[in-house]
Design a protein around this ligand. Sequence first.
Ligand code: AMP
Ligand code: FE
Ligand code: FE
Ligand code: ZN
Length: 282
Amino acid sequence: MASQIDPHAHTLHSDGTDTPEGLVLAAKRAGLDVVGITDHDTTQGWAEAVEAARRHGVGLLRGVEVSAVYQGNSVHILGYLMDPQDHSLNLLFEDARRERSTRLAQMASNLAADYPLLDWDALKERAGDAALGRPHLADELVLQGYFPNRSAAFEWALHPSGPYYVPQKVASPTEVVELIRRAGGVPVLAHPQSSTRGWRVPEELVAEMAEAGLFGIERDHRDHDAAGRETVERLAASHALFMTGGSDYHGTGKPNFLGENSLDPYILAEIEAQGTSKVVRS
Ligand code: AMP
Ligand code: FE
Ligand code: FE
Ligand code: ZN
């Protein structure tokens, strides 16, 4: 039987709703052989996930989804199998998480004008030390009864084109690609053609990132339409990038389900060959 690999998923260390062990168990239930833990700007979930993977007999691909910004627009870069102790990368994560918090507080204060029940302190308390993002604001707005679920809150209140939005001030995509490589990791551009975000990663930026050491580019992602997938295929061919796919599972925070997209085993082997660490296998 072909190996089932889903290399893109979140836990409550960022904006997912499962614990790392919960993610591993969900992967097992979904029949996956390997699951990737890729929280935004943190590797805090790795230790628990490694232990759970060994205990429950599921392969674990350790990764992270790093935030970058290009001309005011957000770009996400997955990094796999890097050294979690790498100093520069950890500084970048600390900066990104601090900026996530500052920026989210600004958005909360913008929103409070029209959604007065929004409680920033309660939100912070619930999130603990997770890397904060708009999904945490969405959860608070849902809890206060303003929206039925996260997706509805994203439709306009949290949308980049809406009146409350504040962009993140983080590193550039090429810097992030270089930092991941220097930390022994393997960088993959996440959902570059996501139509739901109202902006697609420009082709010239993909060229720059490829030049900086990009390994791959996500093609199979539920936010990609047919035209977007064709664009990815063309870009992958012209810049010699591997094409990946994943669910971008966030637990109950999004409809995305584990295993809805998967990664070719030969590409996982190539990621392992280029990365500093290995997939955890029980
Ligand atoms: P931020 O990191 O604050 O820019 O928020 C972006 C995050 O919001 C992404 O990582 C997604 O997990 C989440 N997100 C984006 N669109 C939606 C949506 N329509 N429904 C639920 N979550 C979403
Ligand atoms: Fe997310
Ligand atoms: Fe993302
Ligand atoms: Zn993601």
